[in-house]
Design a protein around this ligand. Structure first.
Ligand code: AHG
Ligand code: MN
Ligand code: MN
Length: 329
């Protein structure tokens, strides 16, 4: 089995990007170690702080954010970073080629029930000139690499540098990432969907109709039964989609009129969309491809529909219909 280093060399990834990917991979090993110690290390539970988005931070949100920030600060390939858990961008070095955006701990509500969590990252080229928030506001298409680490029964790293998606498993005996799937591939069709059904009455009409038709199964217009899964950690749900197909969505809702979307474009939607497209799937808001969005601010949120290409197209076809005469709820 190839090591991460061997695989990056075989892809001819340049030296500075290779160095940065190793920094992220090595930090994820330390995070995996912290997560596995759980209550023994006193790292479970919440802090008394909120992040800039008004969410209460878990202790592990803060610990993992600090781990990534400190290690990325020591990497001379990094010009700056942006994190879900940082109010503002952080300037690192003036010579680095890359900007790193990350969600240090995705699915952190799962931590206290010992369920799936992960780290998601996105690497963008650093524009020349002074660094500001505007330097980060690049469409997802500009990403040079993206990936996630899943802290599950085994720790896995899914990575793309634009040459497909490679999956590595952390060998707990040697603490080394080994290639266990050299080309993740999302099946075009699926019989599985992932959505938080408790928000049903708050969705837009197209999504309500689409999901209703899935639930009708073999007696509805789709003429087949669908299964449902919801891990409450995007990293777990997307990993399942990459592993065995499916459609995952966190759509627009009007539960809180000030917050119509949940997932974050720079830390969650863009890196996952890059991986999904590289594995043959699709990623959309319902109205445009996620990676074509020109961001307006680093913490912006967006509707997400991603996964098996034909099923995403099916969902999008509902969004093209005229729902203007139907009530929203
Ligand atoms: P985070 O823990 O980084 O804030 O992200 C949680 C996100 C995402 O991972 C997941 O798909 C979604 O929130 C779950 O939301 P619900 O709790 O509304 O189901
Ligand atoms: Mn998250
Ligand atoms: Mn998070």
């Amino acid at each position: 089995m190839q090591t991460l280093a061997q695989n990056l060399a075989s892809q001819e990834v340049d030296a500075s990007l290779t160095q940065l990917i190793h920094t992220l991979a090595n930090t994820s090993k330390a995070i995996s170690h912290a997560v596995r110690h759980g209550a023994l290390a006193g790292v479970l539970g919440a802090t008394e702080q909120e992040n800039v988005q008004g969410e209460t931070q878990k202790k592990l949100d803060v610990i993992t954010n600090d781990m990534l920030k400190e290690r990325l600060k020591d990497d001379n390939t990094v010009r700056g970073l942006a994190s879900e858990e940082e109010d503002y961008i952080v300037e690192v070095g003036d010579k680095g080629h890359y900007l790193v955006c990350f969600d240090p701990l995705d699915g952190s509500s799962n931590i206290d029930i010992n369920s799936l969590v992960g780290t998601i990252f996105s690497i963008l080229p650093a524009p020349s000139g002074e660094l500001s928030e505007a330097s980060f506001l690049q469409a997802g298409r500009k990403q040079v690499a993206a990936g996630y680490v899943l802290y599950g029964p085994s720790t896995m790293l899914a990575l793309t540098t634009g040459q497909g998606v490679q999956l590595f498993t952390l060998n707990p005996d040697t603490n080394e990432y080994l290639l266990t799937n050299d080309a993740m591939n999302i099946s075009k069709d699926t019989g599985e969907f992932a959505i938080n059904m408790s928000n049903q009455r708050f969705w837009e009409a197209p999504m309500q109709t689409y999901i209703s038709d899935l639930l009708l199964g073999s007696i509805g217009p789709r003429e087949k039964n669908f299964n449902m899964r919801w891990i409450a950690a995007m990293v777990g749900d997307v990993h399942r989609v990459l592993s065995r197909g499916g459609i995952f969505t966190y759509p627009t809702d009007n539960k809180n009129p000030h917050k119509p979307y949940k997932l974050r474009l720079m830390y969650e939607a863009n890196p996952m969309s890059f991986l999904v497209e590289q594995a043959g799937g699709k990623a959309s808001t319902g109205y445009e491809n996620i990676m074509d969005i020109e961001p307006s601010e680093i913490h912006q949120r967006v509707a997400v529909i991603l996964g098996s290409a034909n099923e995403v197209d099916e969902c999008l076809s509902y969004h093209g219909l005229d729902y203007s005469k139907e009530p929203l709820v």
